[in-house]
Design a protein. Sequence first.
Length: 251
Amino acid sequence: MTDVAEDFTRRLLADAGVREGMRVLDIGCGMGDVAFLAAQLVGARGQVLGIDRSEAPLETARARARDCGLDSVRFARADLATLSPELGTFDAVVGRRVLMYQPDAVSCLARLADVLAPGGLIVLQEHDSTSMPICQPAMPLHEKVHAWMWTTVRSEGADVQMGLHLSQRLEQAGFGVERVRAEATVVTRDQPHTIASIVRAMEGRMVAAGVATADELQVATLDERLAAERETTNGICLWELVFGAWARKPG
């Protein structure tokens, strides 16, 4: 199954100008997916530092780097609220689904500008729930699952319209926006999506937020039930909007 988010990220980084020899900071790196995509672009002469405030995913990211023999990628625990000058200066900052969770997105971006070299590049990807999902014909289970997911994210304080707000926030932080783009994630009978795996990963958060019970989620059979609905309707569903933007620090 194609990971549409990863495909979008790969194209976004390349088109924005992440290139060989750059020193790149990946914010909220988690297990390192975006950091490894950036590493492919900067090559052996470049460097990628992934930071996250949680140690557990960083341990996984480090193990993946060792397994791949990537000396140009390293990972460190750090909080975006208190970025240390010891991190050094970067040619580019990249991030995926991170800004939407920041209590003050503009202040966060201003702190990131402090670690960017003059003329440095910032490349961000954010997902957006605006007007989604659009299913034709109606797919009640898909629509219910989408509501569970985004209600949970909203209850955690995230800006679920960060995609639409992205260029404004960058401009408010003093960046010069060069490009904004968006794509809709499409789900069809023959083109599935990783919906069920995302719900499995979010199950604890959904239950804790009171959005749905484990009995309502029925994660063990969710894949099969979603597939059956797509098969029965033979419809199409625009699942979410994926936004990407790149901008530069004044040089």
